[in-house]
Design a protein around this ligand. Structure first.
Ligand SMILES: Cc1ncc(C[n+]2csc(CCOP(=O)(O)OP(=O)(O)O)c2C)c(N)n1
Ligand SMILES: [Mg+2]
Length: 805
């Protein structure tokens, strides 16, 4: 379509050797797809999605990609990963087979499905590698379009590293902001809102991103007719285009045939030059792409593509076209290419075999060991026949999984429950070891257990002196953020109204002027990309505090918090981290969308993040200080109506910490334990005072952090004393109160200390109604707390506590 940059001085030459090298990579990649599909069909892998038909565009992108750059792409990018040399064919197959060894499958250690690429950006101890010395890829996700929001931050980080003087020294993360963020996305995924929000944000931030759209005309079976208005994504994007020859706002937009090798190289070189030098973004629409194998191994595209389309796809297959072009240009003959193809196929097959052997041999070996133990046990058992049946069944599985071994062990141990055969202990030991290794294989790294863990931050008590002033809550936070910005140049705060106004509640008041518009910044109303921006920046070594203006609007970013941020460390088995702090405020303002408390939805969706619910701003400051001393992602929910309460400012506002997972007893009592958090602390404490006058001593506990929850079982200690417990919050029935109940009664073993049935006191099932009366009848209030507690006491001693009504 355009070429606004015809005069850009781009010099890039390729020789015949380079071309043949590229052809070899592309051909190998195609064979990897074909063989990968065959492996799935043969039952050796569970699912396959491949990059066939999109090889040539990726060769061109790889040529523009340099050290320090980042890719944020999707499952079609295998050729690119091969071409930049961060993925081997053997590793590609190791992922297909779900190999759990990080050395064999370094992207996800078998945790994500195939086609989910990632580089290892952290050292084994969780510390950062020098990202400027390597080619980087953010860890892929399956939800289509979710790779886009973090692209905003990956690109924006370059801008910050170049423009912000305090960041110049961080050469481990950036070389003067020269890095480009390369995004890839399918045509159909451009129908997602995340795509448009991200493009707009990149345009507004004017940062070096190159977004490549692979247009194969389809999203599974649904053609562009149903995906894209006018069926043409680059035409639709025209409003984002920067006028030719001008260096003002917008994107350079290129449309190029996805099979046209020389044109693709030229376009990527131009786009990369502009991005690196001018920090301006581009969109490359690579059309006329195909899917030789159809969408994935789940079905065949013959079901939904016409004969004509299928014939066209054969003719326009980018590899076929590339081959013709090589011959036409006289770079190689048909015979020479046939030879390259033969060698390439052989090499792919060899690497597939290596990957398979390395995956399956340890499993075969484990099976042998278990069978030998069963043989040892059988002669002394009355169940020998049954045991041999279990053994034979295991032996006859052609390609066993470890779960087959685990099942067999358990079957044997159940059969032997009444027998004391010495060799049985070997099997029990084996089972225990397998359980432990499986924990590491599949469940490690949900949170960090390294020195960057937020759980390792030592307690520093707040210090108060005679001179400690009494301030409004927002002023306390303001002092905390001021100290944090001064202490850590990598700390960047942003969100709606955060910059100029200093946030709607003023916690950043005056800090933009003090620390610059780079460090304290406004954003558009775009919660998903505020979060994505934070993830991308954090992936590049920055420490974002991303603000979502109200808790009720967190839902727009919750999908990415759940899919990307919370899973990142786990899904790369410690290969990548994004220490984002999401800051929001909620509870008890007015109406449905300013006083919601969607806590259970949140805590259940973001395991892998910490969720903190400070009841006041000193508490919030202590928790922020803790988070900023570590490098893990967290969500902090401040109490909306506490900004105007007065609190004493600790003298060490920038240093004191509150360890995560440590509840605080905010009122001592011996009759009943009331467990709550956030805004409810105030209501429950008020209720406790009234209960005191009724002769009931309540112990009120603020859990302070929902994830992690009471790591040292302080609530259990209280329950041991009182024998009675009520869990109170503003969430729906069965929501976070049920979560807290499970934590204390089931996990902490609280059930055996109960003298009365445990109770939950949540809000109503509906959202909070407007007005003071709406609030009173929607959420728990002091009277309800009083009555709930009193009724529990009535049940224990009706004479001492006669009914109110
Ligand atoms: C949010 C989301 N919705 C649906 C899917 C299921 N899905 C996987 S791939 C795909 C089609 C994507 O098409 P396109 O973006 O054109 O990429 P292509 O596969 O054609 O390269 C769909 C609908 C998904 N992964 N994520
Ligand atoms: Mg498509």
């Amino acid at each position: 379509m355009n070429d606004s940059l015809e005069n850009t001085p781009v010099s890039f030459s390729i020789n015949s050797e380079d071309v043949l090298h590229d052809y070899r990579i592309a051909y190998k990649s195609r064979q990897a797809s074909l063989i990968g599909r065959r492996e799935v069909m043969a039952g050796r892998a569970k699912f396959g999605i491949f990059g066939d038909g999109k090889e040539v565009v990726q060769l061109a992108m790889a040529k523009a990609f340099q050290k320090g750059d980042f890719r944020s792409g999707y499952y079609r990018d295998q050729t690119f990963m091969f071409a930049i040399g961060v993925l081997t064919i053997q590793q590609f197959f190791a992922q297909l087979f779900a190999h759990t060894d990080i050395h064999e499958e370094p992207a996800t250690a078998g945790r994500a499905m195939n086609g989910h690429f990632a580089t290892r950006n952290l050292n084994p101890d969780g510390s950062w590698k020098n990202l400027t010395l390597q080619l980087n890829s953010a860890a892929d996700l399956s939800p289509t379009g979710s790779q886009m929001p973090r692209l905003v931050g990956l690109a924006y980080a370059s801008k910050l590293y170049r423009q912000c003087p305090e960041l110049q020294g961080f050469t481990q993360f950036s070389n003067n902001g020269n890095e480009i963020a390369f995004g890839t996305i399918g045509n159909a995924s451009c129908a997602e809102g995340l795509f448009w929000e991200s493009i707009n944000a990149i345009g507004v931030l004017r940062c070096p991103a190159i977004v490549t759209i692979y247009d194969d005309g389809y999203g599974i079976s649904v053609s562009n007719e149903h995906q894209i208005a006018k069926e043409n994504i680059s035409e639709l994007l025209i409003g984002f285009r920067r006028p030719p020859g001008e260096c003002c706002d917008g994107f350079d937009i290129y449309t190029v045939k996805g099979w046209d090798y020389p044109s693709l190289i030229e376009v990527f070189q131009k786009a990369a030059h502009v991005s690196r030098v001018e920090h301006m973004p581009s969109i490359i629409h690579a059309d006329e792409l195909t899917q030789p194998l159809g969408h994935s191994t789940s079905g065949s595209h013959e079901r939904y593509k016409s004969k004509e389309r299928l014939a066209w796809e054969q003719e326009y297959d980018c590899l076929v076209k590339f081959r013709h072009w090589i011959i036409e240009c006289g770079i190689a003959t048909d015979q020479q290419l046939t030879q390259i193809e033969g060698e390439a196929l052989k090499s792919v097959e060899e690497n597939r075999k290596k990957a398979w052997d390395s995956y399956i041999n340890p499993i075969y070996q484990d099976r042998q060991e278990i069978m030998a133990i069963i043989d040892e046990i059988s002669p002394g058992s009355a169940h020998a026949t049954g045991l041999l049946e279990i053994k034979d069944k295991l032996a006859n599985i052609a390609t066993p999984y470890r779960r087959d071994i685990s099942t067999s062990i358990r079957e044997v141990l159940i059969s032997l429950k009444d027998e004391a055969i010495p060799a049985k202990n070997k099997l029990i030991k084996w089972k225990n070891e397998l359980d432990e290794i499986s924990q590491d294989r599949f469940s490690s790294h949900l949170y960090s257990s390294e020195s960057d863990s937020a759980l390792n931050v030592p307690l520093i008590e707040p210090i108060y002196s005679e001179n400690s002033p009494l301030l409004y809550g927002f002023e306390v936070l303001n002092a905390c953020f001021d100290a944090a910005l001064a202490r850590n140049p990598r700390l960047i705060a942003f969100g709606e109204d955060v910059g100029r106004l200093g946030d709607v509640n003023q916690a950043f008041r005056g800090l933009q002027v003090k620390y610059s518009t780079w460090r304290v910044a406004d954003t558009g109303i775009r919660e998903a990309t505020i979060l994505g921006q934070a993830i991308g920046m954090a992936l590049r070594g920055l420490r974002p505090i991303a603000e979502i203006q109200y808790l009720d609007y967190l839902l727009y970013s919750l999908q990415l918090m759940s899919d990307d941020l919370a899973t990142l460390l786990w899904r790369t088995k410690g290969g990548q981290k994004a220490p984002v702090i999401v800051r929001t405020r909620g509870h008890r303002l007015e109406g449905i969308w300013h006083s919601g408390s969607l806590m259970a939805g949140i805590i259940h969706l973001v395991r892998g993040m910490y969720v903190l619910v400070p009841r006041n701003m000193v508490q919030a400051a202590g928790l922020y200080n803790t988070l900023l001393s570590a490098e893990e992602p967290a969500l902090v929910i401040e109490v909306l109506n506490a900004y105007r309460n007065r609190e004493r400012l600790p003298d060490n506002i920038g240093e004191f910490t509150i360890p995560l997972g440590t509840p605080e007893i905010i009122r001592q009592g011996s009759d009943i334990t009331l467990v709550t958090y956030g805004a409810c602390c105030k209501i429950v404490t008020e209720a406790a005072e009234v209960l005191n006058q009724l002769g009931i001593e309540s112990e009120v506990i603020d859990v302070r952090t929902l994830l992690p929850f009471d790591l040292n079982h302080q609530i259990l200690d209280s329950l041991k004393k009182t024998g009675r417990v009520v869990f109170i919050d503003e969430d729906v029935p069965g929501g976070t109160t049920a979560y807290m109940l499970q934590e204390v009664i089931e996990k902490q073993g609280g059930y055996s200390w109960l003298d009365s049935a445990p109770r939950t006191l949540p809000a109503m099932s509906h959202r909070p109604a407007y007005g003071s009366d709406g609030d009173y009848w929607s959420k728990p209030n002091a009277e309800q707390v009083i009555e709930t507690v009193y009724n529990i006491m009535y049940e224990t001693d009706p004479t001492k506590y006669p009914k109110f009504f």
